[in-house]
Design a protein around this ligand. Structure first.
Ligand SMILES: [Zn+2]
Length: 466
């Protein structure tokens, strides 16, 4: 049995991955900037830290900076050319930490306390960037033979969908981010559903459409509201309708398989039927509430069942003593792979929005994406999880959020979200974009170890037998 066998010379690398994660977290790469007057990103600070480490070990590396401060870093270890290449991908920017006073420790301090590292980016995703860098350094320093190339790319500007990052590299330097197999953020963590548990590999993600819904009314003096038609109130009523709406569910094969498999732990063969019931309106709602009583957890499962409409911003221009004649409502609409505009407009109408009565502008639109799982790369990830967390089943998973994975899948790569944390650290994932984001030091080490095992499997240098 090969479980938990330590990698050669691993102690020094464990210390280094923790230290490198901290060094990256301590560079404030908020995008947009935490302080509204500041510059977004400033990812070059992180790119330089990584490039210096790679160069010190003689690894081919380059910083690509399409705009001042917006640097991405790429690196490559050449293989013999006898196998497919593996790209370890990531992003260097983080969500803003707008209210630092709410944090237990300053968000860019990378304070280590109670065995955890606290700070913005510890989970999303500077720990994975550090783990990927350590994997590259491990292969270089240990002189392990490679069949395909082991590539590294950590990019700027993921939070605004990559005009300075992934999109720029795909357009201007496609060779730096093109590989048959790509590891990115978004999976590799433990999930629980009732008594069932599994490690998930993210193989697909949802699409998104951000809308600005412009609502018109009639201005008037706010001392005589009856003579005006208040656009703010109309927009607020629309927001309320959209938020209360229950979109139709669709059982895409990936999600149906995931839920059925999880539910079989609890209900045996009947798990299949329970999964089907969950997709059905109106009773599916009761099923969801029974299976996942905590609404904070249920939101993640709901998002796998169908589209979501999420009104997020509401603004008017004017003064407190003027009834506004216009209001602007922002809505973040997400949908399953294979769905698109048609499904969202249908749900907007079903929610009671009269499309003729408002003016809708699309701020952005990206379809979802999915990678197949019948290939040696998926096998390598699943076998690795089986090795580092032997008691846990592994399931392919739909990521409810969005990442750069879709851009890379559209570029022809098989992309999986794979950022393993320890079995007891599943909650860390729920703190992404939140106050007190933090990750255990054990998870930081655990993920680096797992990535190296993946590299050994994919690039043809498996661990020698016991
Ligand atoms: Zn991320």
């Amino acid at each position: 049995v090969k479980h938990n066998r330590r990698l050669a010379n691993w102690d020094a690398y464990e210390a280094e991955v923790v230290e490198l994660t901290a060094a990256l977290v301590q560079v404030d790469t908020s995008n947009p900037a935490s302080d509204p007057t500041g510059q977004p990103g400033n990812e070059t600070g992180c790119a330089e830290i990584l490039a210096a480490r790679f160069e010190a070990d003689g690894i081919e590396t380059e910083i690509i900076e399409p705009a001042p401060g917006r640097g991405s870093v790429v690196a490559r270890l050449r293989g013999s050319g006898d196998g497919p290449s593996l790209l370890l991908f990531g992003h260097l920017d983080v969500a803003p930490a707008a209210n630092p006073e709410l944090w237990t420790y300053p968000p860019f301090s990378a304070t280590v306390e109670y065995g955890e590292m606290w700070g913005r980016g510890t989970v999303d995703m500077k720990s994975l960037v550090a783990q990927e860098a350590i994997a590259l350094l491990y292969f270089a320093r240990e002189g392990l033979p490679l069949s395909g190339d082991l590539m590294f790319a950590s990019v700027a500007d993921e939070k605004t969908r990559g005009p300075h990052g992934a999109q720029h590299l795909l357009r201007a330097r496609p060779e730096t981010v093109t590989a048959p197999y790509v590891v990115n953020e978004g999976g590799g963590f433990p999930v629980r559903l009732g008594d069932a548990r599994a490690y998930v590999i993210d193989v697909a993600e949802r699409g998104m459409m951000w809308l600005d819904i412009e609502v018109r009314g009639r201005a008037g003096h706010s001392s005589m509201p009856g003579s005006a038609d208040n656009a703010l109130v109309k927009a607020a009523e629309i927001a309320s309708k959209l938020a209360r709406h229950e979109p139709r569910h669709t059982a895409i094969p990936l999600v149906r398989r995931f839920l059925a498999s999880m539910l079989q732990h609890q209900f045996g063969p009947g798990g299949d039927a329970v999964a089907d019931l969950w997709f059905k309106r109106p009773n599916g709602r009761a099923i969801g509430q029974a299976l996942v009583p905590d609404p904070r957890h249920r939101g993640g499962f709901d998002a796998m069942l169908g589209p979501t409409l999420s009104p997020t911003t509401l603004s008017t221009t004017g003064y407190v003593n003027v009834v506004p004649d216009a209001a602007s409502l922002g809505c973040d609409c997400r949908f399953l792979p294979g769905q698109g505009r048609a499904e969202i407009y249908e749900e907007l109408q079903r929610a009671g929005l009269e499309l003729d009565a408002v003016e809708i502008t699309e701020i952005s639109y990206y379809e979802g994406s999915e990678s197949p799982i019948d290939n040696p790369f998926y096998q390598a990830l699943a076998e690795t999880l089986g090795e580092v967390a032997p008691a846990w089943p592994v399931e392919p998973f739909l990521l409810p959020t969005a990442s750069d994975s879709t851009l890379l899948r559209n570029n022809g790569s098989i992309v999986y979200g794979f950022q393993p944390v320890t079995p007891s650290d599943g909650r860390a994932v729920q703190r992404v974009h939140q106050v007190d984001e933090r990750l255990s030091l054990d998870s930081i080490k655990f993920g680096a170890d797992a990535l190296i095992r993946v590299g050994q499997r994919v690039l043809g240098t498996p661990l020698p037998p016991d």
